[in-house]
Design a protein around this ligand. Structure first.
Ligand SMILES: [Zn+2]
Length: 96
């Protein structure tokens, strides 16, 4: 019984270390992955391109893959991004 409890405690510690804010050392942070960041960047421009496609010209459709590609490159550079819920700061988290 004791042994099992100890193992549970060890495995809890061995879990991946919780990223924390560098400004206020808070662990109440949100990690934004590359995919999430790309989605966040792309939603608005893709929506605008679709609206323009129907209202202005169908050629705006070709803007969509360009936007996705461009934002993908930005997202790869800026992610994973750590956003602190305590002090509202955000920073790029690069390992190594
Ligand atoms: Zn913070």
């Amino acid at each position: 019984m004791n042994n099992r409890n100890r193992n549970a405690a060890i495995s809890a510690v061995a879990q991946q270390e919780q990223p924390q804010c560098k400004h206020c050392q808070s662990e109440d942070v949100r990690v934004i992955s590359e995919t999430q960041y790309n989605f966040f960047l792309s939603t608005l421009p893709v929506l605008v391109a679709i609206i323009f496609m129907f209202t202005v010209h169908l050629a705006f459709f070709f803007l969509i893959p360009f936007v996705l590609h461009f934002n993908g490159r930005i997202a790869a550079k800026k992610s994973p991004l750590i956003v602190c819920r305590s002090c509202k700061s955000s920073e790029i988290h690069k390992q190594g």
